[in-house]
Design a protein around this ligand. Structure first.
Ligand code: 13P
Length: 253
């Protein structure tokens, strides 16, 4: 089965509404003729509505960066799936390592968030990945197994293929360090095998992205890996030239 690559920019906590609108307005005409790749942006909550409105009718997929699992309730500071769908947001990024390490995101919560997002009609990008210590101690596969199994436990098997999983080695995020092609392929293939443990058919549909210092100069090599279906891009997604170059590399892959 051929999977259309997805290049998703994760803007994290960067930028004003005006900067967000300017960035997408600069990128979209440059990639309009590229058919064999999808582009998404994970936008701060404050700019979601503006980016949705200013890109309506384009192929851009707009994602939030987090979501609560409950539809509503006494959860000060949180945003629910119905609140995101009311904005016409396309999907949501869940379980980013910064949410896990800095804000106490747990696999137990993700187990509720992932199906809640799917049920609301949101496309999910679920992030998994190991720390540097876990890699050095030979614990990469144990960590990935735990995250994938736990976070997807309540997703019906027949819907597994709808989930995009981003493999992001935490030691490669924002550090300029990048996994070697072999390290990346081993981990991406392992994640697909974990989905295949539940359904081989769904595992063939599941998109698996690489994230962690993907840049124009290493994108082609990473995107050519057999199990790499795109990238989740942090720093380089804030720069129009760099993200366009990565999207072009994905269209050629
Ligand atoms: P960098 O591309 O800046 O390493 O960030 C990766 C990331 O965290 C994307 O979600």
């Amino acid at each position: 089965m051929s999977r259309t690559p997805l290049i998703a920019g994760n803007w994290k906590m960067h930028g004003t509404i005006e900067e967000a609108e300017e960035r997408v307005a600069a990128v979209l005409p440059r990639i309009a003729t590229l058919e064999s790749v999808e582009h998404g942006v994970c936008v701060p909550f404050t700019a979601l509505q503006a980016v949705v409105d200013s890109t309506r009718g384009s192929a851009l997929k707009v994602f939030a960066q987090n979501m609560h699992y409950a539809p509503d309730g006494a959860f000060t500071g949180e945003i629910s799936a119905p609140m995101l769908t009311e904005l016409d947001v396309h999907g949501v990024l869940l379980g980013h390592s910064e949410r896990r390490t800095l804000f106490g995101e747990t696999d137990k919560a993700l187990q509720l968030k992932v199906p809640a997002a799917l049920d609301a009609g949101l496309e999910v990008i679920l992030c998994v990945g190991e720390t540097e210590d876990e890699r050095e101690n030979g614990d990469t596969e144990r960590r990935l197994r735990h995250q994938v199994q736990e976070d997807l436990e309540k997703v019906p098997t027949e819907r597994l293929g709808e989930i995009t999983i981003a493999y992001e080695p935490i030691w490669a995020i924002g550090t300029g360090k990048v996994a070697t092609a072999e390290q990346a392929q081993d981990a991406l293939a392992f994640v697909r095998a974990l989905v295949a443990d539940r359904s081989k058919e769904q595992a063939e549909r599941t998109r698996i992205l690489y994230g962690g210092s993907m840049k124009p100069d290493n994108a082609a090599e990473l995107l050519a890996l057999p199990d790499c279906d795109g990238g989740l891009i942090g720093g380089a997604s804030l720069d129009v030239e760099q993200i366009v170059a990565i999207i072009e590399a994905a269209a050629r892959s």
